[in-house]
Design a protein around this ligand. Structure first.
Ligand code: SF4
Length: 409
């Protein structure tokens, strides 16, 4: 979601005649922020401290993103060198102020409006109507607003015309999507977008186990364009903790989704999120999470230590009773387990032919991209392969993080 917001703001700035440059040559620095965890919020403050050195009367520092809803004008009091606090999506007044401040009329030639890359991110829902007890998102992003299906399809069509090969549909809980004009839910939207001529890949994130429609899995399985990857946060493998988190499902529901998805798409890439050390998480509860991770063999597990977020139900009504050292132990234990599973599971690709959408070149100038199941892949001897190309490779090496292979004959 943050990347999509950054892209949206960057597109407007480029269209208005600004150019991207390194920080030491730039006139304007904009921080797009995330406050979903304390650690990400702390990074914003440390970056703002760092920018003190960079700031001069001629230079502008702006902050946008979720921290604006959380901290508002407090930020300016705390960081007097900060020039602008810009609410998400409300960019016009800020751009107007910049225009008044900098006269670019004699500057460099206007760059092309838009900056469509290989992947184009489209926000289909803003905000979230759930109230998971640990989550600050509903407070900072507000209630759900759904973009009409026809508008999403038009934006995707335009992006593909401009050269995008992959569309990524985004929502905090993308499974909750429904067309305000009555055109259906996410399955209908995916069906509509996948038919756009020239589109090679379609992804969506993030899913929610309570809202995912089984029909969506069938649409995925029947499509050559939709990626075989599901980002489905489980958060805990213990039903009591799931209830305390107000997630709205139990582990048996989660298992049923995974079972159905794997029955339809045996190789589906499965990515999940887990929080360790949630209030009340006993050793037994943690072991249930560990057992679920072991049983379902996720391809990727994003693990976070619980940190209370101000204003959430968990922060105000529950005691943060798992000591920090214990949270860290659980995190490291789960990390080691999930890496071992990923390393083992990735071996299945060796010797197989897979399709890679090339996104760029790495520091060794080798083309890299992703396979349809989401795994990163490096193409060896890919001399004239360019970003946006779709190539088949025969996998020679597989680590937990990536596949390496030669173009298939
Ligand atoms: Fe937060 Fe996701 Fe729960 Fe919404 S569904 S409240 S974004 S964790």
């Amino acid at each position: 979601m943050n990347s999509a917001d950054s892209e949206s703001l960057a597109r407007r700035l480029l269209a208005a005649g600004y150019v991207e440059d390194t920080l030491d040559r730039a006139d304007v620095a904009i921080l797009n922020t995330c406050v979903v965890r304390q650690a990400s919020e702390d990074r914003v403050y440390s970056k703002l401290h760092e920018l003190k050195e960079w700031k001069t009367p001629q230079r502008t520092i702006a902050v946008t993103g979720c921290i604006v809803a959380k901290e508002g004008d407090q930020l300016k009091r705390r960081f007097p060198h900060l020039d602008a606090v810009v609410p998400i999506g409300d960019y016009e007044p800020f751009l107007g102020d910049l225009e008044a401040r900098f006269d670019y009329s004699n500057g460099e030639a206007m760059p092309q409006a838009g900056r469509t890359g290989v992947s184009h991110f489209v926000r289909v829902i803003q905000g979230c109507d759930h109230n998971c007890t640990f989550c600050i998102v509903p407070r900072v992003r507000g209630r759900e607003k759904h973009v009409p299906l026809a508008q999403v399809v038009a934006e995707c069509r335009h992006a593909v015309d401009e050269g995008a090969r992959e569309i990524v549909l985004l929502g905090q809980n993308v499974d909750d999507y429904h067309d305000p004009d009555g055109g259906g839910g996410l399955a209908a939207l995916v069906r509509a977008v996948q038919g756009i001529p020239g589109l090679r890949r379609l992804r969506f994130m993030t899913s929610h186990p309570q809202d995912l429609e089984m029909e969506l899995l069938e649409v995925m399985a029947g499509s050559d364009v939709v990626c075989r990857e599901l980002q489905l946060p489980v958060q805990s493998g213990d039903d009591t903790i799931l209830k305390r988190m107000a997630r709205g499902y139990q582990t048996r529901h989660y298992r049923a989704i995974v079972e159905r998805a794997r029955a339809l798409m045996p190789d589906i890439g499965l990515v999940t999120d887990v929080i360790v050390g949630f209030p009340g998480e006993s050793e037994d509860a943690f072991m249930n999470t560990r057992a679920l991770v072991e049983e379902l063999e996720f391809d990727v597990v994003h693990i976070a230590m619980y940190s209370p977020r101000p204003g959430t139900f968990a922060a105000t009504r529950m005691q943060d009773d798992v000591p920090h050292e214990e949270k860290l132990r659980r995190l490291n234990d789960l990390l080691a387990l999930s890496r071992e599973i990923a390393r083992r599971k990735t071996q299945r690709w060796i010797g197989r032919e897979v399709e890679v959408l090339v996104e760029g070149r790495d520091e060794l100038q080798r083309p890299y991209g992703r396979i349809r199941q989401g795994k990163r892949a490096i193409v060896l001897k890919g001399g004239d392969i360019a970003p946006g190309d779709v190539v088949n490779i025969r996998v020679m090496q597989a680590t937990a993080g990536q596949l390496t292979g030669l173009p298939a004959a």
